[in-house]
Design a protein around this ligand. Structure first.
Ligand code: PHE
Ligand code: FE
Length: 293
């Protein structure tokens, strides 16, 4: 089954599980420089924006050094902290392959890095998004367990035909999640922390809705893959996210099979509303409208 548009096996040169060698020795200085530029931009921006779990993980992994990190070095620390490892893949992998890696505490990361003229936007996740964005949270023991459980849940959702619903959970937590702390809202989603513009937009813009996380609600909410989100969901803690996802999703999937999707910017009476967004950014046409700036 290939709802994700892949057919056949791994590309030439990749192993059966789609992994490849990172080939760290082969990165050029220009590629290392792209990493350094992105790293410095984000680390200047994220204190006071990213959650403590992320910032602590970033410190623990010591990702900077002189450029793109060597997975062997990251993995020594990551293994010690939570038993996770990062494995290199050529690009996006099929859903079943992705879930199998997560279920075995391996995070598949793109081996390549964006070009210097695409610092702010790219379609396929590269090593900066995957490693800088995702790996720091994998040093947190609770989040690490959540990601493994998600891999197992993904295999199950595939077999039950409910992957479209489960993918929304991933999107609105792992990729674009916000967390409420005593000091205010903070970012933990990898898609936000790895993006300069969305690190600002997600917390500061008056445009998007910010709503309390509710599992079933999230699974009924479509998302944007090509622009800033119109809604962010806020969890009270990583622990609470893990707790609500422990339950058996099968009855939930049954209910969702009969339920209509919500509008992307809709607010319903059950929502715990943190911000009612103006949606001004989306109404003005989003990235398309600002492309010429
Ligand atoms: N509890 C979910 C199920 O029964 C699995 C899951 C756990 C999914 C954590 C996502 C995150 O399918
Ligand atoms: Fe990602």
């Amino acid at each position: 089954m290939s709802a994700d548009g892949f057919s056949g096996g791994p590309p030439p040169g990749a192993r059966l599980d789609w992994t490849i060698d990172q080939g760290w020795e082969s990165y050029t200085q220009a590629e290392h420089d792209v990493w350094i530029t992105l790293y410095e931009r984000q680390t200047a921006l994220l204190p006071g924006r990213a959650c403590d779990e992320f910032l602590r993980g970033l410190d623990a992994l010591d990702l900077h050094r002189s450029g793109i990190p060597d997975f062997h070095r990251i993995n020594e620390e990551l293994q010690r902290l939570t038993g996770w490892s990062v494995v290199a893949v050529p690009g996006l992998v099929p859903d079943d392959v992705f879930f199998d890696h997560l279920a075995n505490r391996r995070f598949p990361a793109g081996q390549f890095i964006r070009k210097a003229d695409q610092l702010d936007y790219l379609k396929e996740p590269d090593i900066f998004h995957d490693v800088f964005g995702h790996v720091p949270m994998l040093t947190d023991p609770v989040f690490a367990d959540y990601m493994q459980a998600y891999g197992q849940g993904g295999q199950r959702a595939l077999s039950l035909g409910r992957l479209a619903n489960l993918a929304r959970l991933y999107w609105y937590t792992v990729e674009f999640g916000l967390i409420e702390t005593e000091a205010g809202l903070r970012i933990y989603g990898a898609g936000i922390v790895s993006s300069r513009t969305e690190s600002l937009f997600a917390l500061d813009s008056a445009s998007p809705n910010r709503l309390g996380f509710d599992l079933e609600r999230v699974m009924r909410t479509p998302y944007r893959i090509d622009d800033f989100q119109q809604v962010y969901f806020v969890i009270p803690s990583i622990q609470s996210l893990q707790a609500v996802t422990l339950r058996d999703f099968a009855p939930l999937y049954d209910r969702l099979a009969g339920a209509a999707d919500l509008g992307i910017a809709e607010i319903i009476s059950a929502d715990r509303v943190i911000t009612t967004g103006s949606q001004a950014y989306a109404k003005a046409g989003g990235l398309l409208a600002s492309a010429g700036d």
